[in-house]
Design a protein around this ligand. Structure first.
Ligand SMILES: [Zn+2]
Length: 406
């Protein structure tokens, strides 16, 4: 029987070797972070970084290394007795939030690395490579296959398209039994539930007209304002955490014209899919009420107000049970490494498997940092804290895949 208890795995000589290798080769890990960070990966433009990462996976001896249909890079580390619980995914995301042209040159100050994307999630990509090397050098075999994935589209409008593809159309979709996303350095939050979100652009249109001569004509501006004011009156539960925001606005063409078109972008979120559905239905009802009210209040001879609700983001909610093996493994590994943590809800690549009932977590890879999603982003790669995080993640990964002893 493979060993699946993380605390017992950490006590084995094989794991001690792996952990020592992560510490000893920490400089190599930092070099990988720097090299990968300096290959820009703007939203929807991850291809160059993906191709280089594919070559790295091949150099690290993974099997069946390929770019899949959406642009993810996948590579297998075969297990000794695969199939009982399904393959274990170890993933990190290729994309950053930074647009093309952003300077991603890494600046070093002591043990700190400064560059856009250096922590979120380029460190995760380098961590996967460090795991591959430590597993091999320590001679560790797992029962289940480990599928390493460098995925596209985690951030913003990417809308989790890489991991969505992996679980809906990818060739491994029916074989995955557990999913790790290694995202960012921080170890203090073990993400075991997924905040779902629906994002919309709601566009109101009308006939427009001269602000003086056509005064009295229906205006999409008042309909939009009624929607926004109505949203402001919605009461949502604190638990499960549910939020909404009318965030970005646009429209109109001239100060002396009734607008023909105005729009608002709205972000709805909840840790519960039922609450998210309720909030979604309330927003849609408000849109209809706002249109009807404006058409009833003013002149529609030259045309009526209409509204188009266009979904621009959809991240499903979900959760991994606290007693799932993957959560237990992470908790045991964190404790064994003396790291304090809380379980938390977030919106990450793990949303997709969680929404499908596949055990999944998001865990950090060690050290710390700040200013993520800003050009001032930095991480601290002080080797003790940094390699401790790597060792923690690797222990949890091995526990879920099952350590084959001897
Ligand atoms: Zn991230």
């Amino acid at each position: 029987m493979p060993l699946t208890d993380a605390a017992r795995i950490i006590a084995t000589p094989a794991f001690a070797r792996a952990s020592a290798i992560l510490r000893r080769d920490h400089d190599r890990f930092v070099e990988d972070i720097v090299a990968l960070t300096e290959i820009p990966a703007p939203p929807f433009k991850e291809a160059r970084r993906a191709e280089i990462y594919r070559d790295l996976m091949i150099q690290h001896g993974l099997h069946d290394v390929k770019l899949d249909g959406i642009g993810n890079v996948t590579g297998l580390r075969p297990g000794k007795a695969p199939g009982r619980k399904g393959m274990v995914v170890a993933s990190a995301h290729l994309d950053t939030v930074f647009p093309e042209g952003t300077d991603t040159t890494v600046r070093r100050e002591g043990t700190k690395l400064f560059a856009p994307g250096v922590g979120d999630d380029t460190r995760g990509l380098a961590a996967l490579l460090a795991f591959m090397r430590a597993l091999d050098a320590a001679g560790i075999e797992t029962a289940e296959d480990i599928l390493f994935v460098a995925d596209v589209g985690e951030e913003g409008q990417g809308d989790l398209r890489g991991i969505r593809h992996l679980f809906t159309e990818g060739e491994y979709r029916d074989r995955i039994g557990a999913f790790f996303t290694f995202d960012g350095p921080e170890m203090g939050k073990l993400v075991t539930s997924a905040i779902g979100s629906h994002r919309y652009r709601v566009t109101f249109r009308g006939p427009g007209g001269h602000s003086l001569n056509a005064f009295g004509t229906v205006s999409p501006a008042y309909a939009m304002a009624a929607l926004v004011a109505g949203m402001g009156q919605i009461v949502v539960p604190e638990t499960p955490r549910t939020t909404f925001s009318c965030s970005v606005f646009g429209g109109g063409s001239s100060i002396n014209a009734i607008p023909e078109e105005v729009w608002v972008e709205i972000d709805l979120r909840s840790a519960s899919s039922e609450e998210l559905a309720k909030l979604d239905a309330r927003m849609r009802a408000l849109v209809e009420e706002a249109v009807a009210a404006e058409n009833g209040r003013r002149e529609t001879r030259s045309g009526s107000i209409t509204a188009e609700v266009k979904q621009i983001g959809d991240r499903p909610a979900g959760a991994t049970p606290e007693d799932a093996a993957i959560v237990e493994a992470c908790k045991a590994a964190l404790r064994a490494h003396g790291l304090d943590f809380v379980t938390a809800a977030s919106s990450t690549d793990a949303n997709i498997p969680m929404s499908l009932g596949i055990p999944a977590v998001m865990i950090g890879t060690g050290g710390h940092g700040d200013r993520y999603h800003s050009v001032d982003e930095w991480i601290d790669v002080e080797p003790e804290a940094s390699s401790k995080g790597l060792s923690t993640g690797l222990a949890a990964l091995i526990a879920v895949a099952g350590l084959v002893e001897g």
